[in-house]
Design a protein. Structure first.
Length: 162
């Protein structure tokens, strides 16, 4: 099983195309006084599209995401993306976290320092974290030791009892 380093990089022409398409958005008429009753609030949606078209800095977000250690590997014919952050200390505990649908790994990035660095908080044990999408369970079970903790969709279970 080959594990390959991965870097997030969206080509400039893709970002230019997105800005162009956002600029050509045709908004529907608003139902007076409807707010959020019939879906997205039209004024909010217009502000959001304007922000994405003119102010959102994708390259800054890309750089932030690329501070993490991204990898891909092939599991049962699927190219799987995962994050592998090693814990600090002499005996980090392996921990696998996955996310469900509709979700993505980004939603869990804020807790990484609490799981990998004892200096951030003394209340959480040092860990080694492999982080992936749900299909990566196969990869986790193939590569992690039986003593690994397993966290799936917010539930933590000991790998020795799986």
């Amino acid at each position: 099983m080959e594990v390959r380093p991965f870097t997030i990089h969206v080509p400039d022409d893709v970002l230019d195309d997105l800005r162009r398409r956002l600029g050509q958005t045709r908004f529907p008429d608003a139902i007076p006084g409807s707010g959020w009753d019939y879906g997205s609030n039209l004024e909010y949606l217009k502000e959001l599209v304007h922000y994405w078209r003119t102010d959102f800095n994708w390259r800054a977000q890309e750089a932030q995401l690329n501070r993490l250690h991204h990898y891909t590997t092939l599991v049962d014919g699927l190219d799987i993306h995962f994050i592998h952050e090693r814990g600090i200390g002499p005996n980090p505990m392996p921990l696998v976290m996955t996310h469900g649908w509709p979700s993505c790994f980004f939603e869990m990035t804020k807790i990484l320092p609490f799981l990998t660095d004892l200096d951030v908080t003394a209340a959480i044990p040092r860990t080694r974290l492999i982080w992936s999408c749900p299909p990566c369970r196969a990869l986790a079970f193939r590569t992690m030791r039986r003593s690994a903790a397993w966290m799936c969709n917010g539930w933590l279970a000991c790998g020795t009892h799986s």
